[in-house]
Design a protein. Structure first.
Length: 256
């Protein structure tokens, strides 16, 4: 019978135990990111919103749940925070992952942004009785408008924003109410986000103008100040695999 020296035996046992722990619990290699904290928007249909049962739903949350499950990494949601504060906490590293948001140059400075999971366009909406021709930003000059607070409109808009009167409100519902009451001439909202509101009878006089204002790429973002940045590449690779196999498209198709 072959006997190993005691030191070699202990070393072999320790090595085998370590290898087993990495196989059984791959997330332990990221000891500072045991349970990533996830957050996102609460009224951004169909990407990130809270339903009537107070449950977070949407394409962004579904994709995050799927990919972290693939990686065998548990997650924790931190919800009920105003959007501006959510972005601030992501930038500071208090929230690890943002479930869905537009790619912008400014956000890319503070976040690592994943492969694109979807894209959408921002449009101008008006009353049928008070419409106008829109081709470029200057067509909004001297017309009061409204937008939901927190929507990132991009660098080109921010440079022009000082030339137009655009009020900010907390919810899309408030935007539609202001337009219906004639307090503004137009509202800015993404086409997909507008759909549930356009189905309501009180909004039957609201129409979407033909030309989009801007196009946006929607991503999953990791805070650069979070310890979970260590798993970003692993997450992005798993996400890319799910995009290629059609899983993300299937999630999108579940939201009419």
């Amino acid at each position: 019978m072959l006997y190993l020296p005691l030191k070699k035996t202990i070393g072999l046992i320790a090595t085998l135990a370590f290898l087993y722990s990495q196989i059984a619990h791959p997330q332990t290699q990221f000891s500072d990111c045991q349970v990533p904290i996830i957050s996102g928007a609460s009224n951004w249909y169909p990407y990130a919103y809270i339903d009537k049962n107070d449950i977070h739903r949407g394409i962004g949350y579904d994709v995050v749940n799927m990919v972290f499950a693939d990686l065998n990494i548990p997650i924790q949601y931190k919800m009920g925070i105003p959007w501006s504060r959510t972005i601030k906490q992501v930038n500071e590293g208090h929230i690890d992952v943002l479930a869905a948001n537009y790619w912008t140059e400014e956000r890319a400075k503070n976040m690592h942004m994943s492969e694109e999971i979807a894209n959408e366009s921002l449009y101008v909406f008006t009353l049928k009785s008070n419409t106008f021709i829109f081709n470029e930003w200057k067509d909004l000059k001297n017309k009061p408008g409204v937008i939901t607070r927190g929507i990132a409109l991009g660098e080109s808009f921010e440079q022009y924003r000082k030339n137009i009167y655009l009020r900010e409100v907390n919810t899309h519902q408030q935007s539609f109410e202001m337009l219906n009451k004639g307090r503004v001439d137009y509202l800015l909202i993404a086409k997909n986000s507008a759909q549930p509101y356009l189905l309501k009878k009180e909004n039957e006089d609201i129409i979407m103008l033909d030309k989009p204002i801007n196009f946006y790429s929607i991503r999953i973002s990791f805070s650069k100040k979070s310890p979970c940045i260590a798993i970003f590449e692993q997450f992005n690779q798993a996400l890319t695999k799910r995009i290629k196999d059609g899983s993300v498209t299937k999630i999108i198709s579940a939201y009419p």
